[in-house]
Design a binder for this molecule. Sequence first.
Ligand code: CA
Length: 418
Amino acid sequence: MSMGSATASSLQSMAEVSSETELATDVAQDDSAQSFKQCIAGLQQQAAAAGLSEYTVNTVLAQVTHLPKILEYDRNQPEFVQTFSGYFAARVTPWRINKGQELLAKHHDFLQKLNAEYGVPPQYLMAFWALETNFGGIKGKMPILDSLATLACDQRRSAFFSAELLQALRLVERETLDVSGMVGSWAGAMGHTQFMPSAYLRYAKDGDNDGKIDLWNSELDALASAANFLQQLGWQKGFRWGREVNLPEHFNYQLAGKRHPQTLSFWRDQGLMTTSGDRLPQSDLKAALLVPAGHKGSAFLVYDNFDVILRWNNSEYYGIAVGHLADRIAGAASLSKALPDLPRYSLLQMQQFQQKLNELGFAVGEADGILGPATRQGVRAFQIEHGLIADGYPSPETVDAVMASAAPPQSSAAESTE
Ligand SMILES: [Ca+2]
């Protein structure tokens, strides 16, 4: 889920980082305990007004606890910028392909039923399941109500988490859940599929027909819920997510980017080929071209269903990993190119690089260290002007050229890329 995109695996490393941070003084803790109490009183009023039962309002909600470590997770920023190669290699693994195939066989009949009902092929459900919780292996252990209450009473995203907390309480009532078993990620995502409370209420299904929807303990409930969720997000039956393609020599990389979809016929005319060397079909189907690791890495054409994957978790890396893992579980070959060895920039280096691009007049927006569409666009414009391959990827060559442009920078991001 987007708010739960802090999946369990990234949570573990965050926990390691933040365990070293000591908490505030006793005085500050007294203050925050007092304001938390007041905040909960306000939420109790909201819950009562929303029609939740007196027991839920005065007992369940009254007993939630402030968890300062949740705020540490929320504030934590990674030190290094994630590369596509690093992200992909950690998520599309031989173990996951094998396990996905095993589970595909185990649940074969049920998955076929889901495919008929929701139009989502089984391998995609396996891929989401793998990326969200490693097939249920890492579902998160944070108490959901405490986590959501802590975030609801913090000013950063209070409205969002207050709403999710009320939905979580509604869920407790509807499913008669035992609150102590209601655990998940620090940001409130639950069960095999890491659904936020609002998604659980709205999209979860009783796959095993026992009269309850249990995303923690029932694999069939989780799979049916994922299929229903994807259908509701707009999954187009009979279409794939995308595919890896080969680009011709001297390809015009200005055509790449999520924001520039073109028809398959257009891409065919540009000389794009399948990885087995065939021309693309003539078709009005729209597809955008992604080159997430620059011109040395694989290129992908992505269709409408890729956007559906991004509605589950808004990250192009995530979308490609889910799509490719699904293909692999269904028996497809690995990527046609090795993952390129990409430089590992610190967040600070990437921010300095973005700032420099802004100073040079290549507007990349806020220098947040994130390699998003605006940054790729600005990098591409710089590359064109400097006769570099305009793939929008900050290769060491590009970073060197940017940082060496015009007035000498305060520190060179290129130095540590060696
Ligand atoms: Ca059930």
